[in-house]
Design a binder for this molecule. Sequence first.
Ligand SMILES: [Cu+2]
Length: 134
Amino acid sequence: MKSMIWGAVIAACLLISMNASADVIEVNQVGLMFIPSEVVIQQGDTVRWIWADGAHTVTSGAGLFDPDQGVLFNNLLDAVNTVVEYTYDGAPGEYPYFCIPHFFLGMTGNVTVLPAEATSTEEATWSQVKTLFQ
Ligand SMILES: [Cu+2]
């Protein structure tokens, strides 16, 4: 019985650590592509773009015709700036981005931000753990 309880506690702690901490999701620049071009993250997570070669930008927006392009971020991704990071702590939703010089060659990506569930999951898990000791 005791080992079952401790198993549950350890499982609960693992769940908490998985959900409560903000993640960093890596996207690689490979040629004229962002790989993976589509990522799904949680509110508060950070996307890290990693340069490989050439000169690129990581620019928020749906493209060069988007009047809101670059509002959230507009960074060089090149031999000097080899890593770009952005933490999506705004509203959940779709956040397209692109590379300015290669937009017309299809160098685009999208980040889907889901609502953060960390707090509610954490509370639910702890209430389950507490019932084991009552
Ligand atoms: Cu590019």
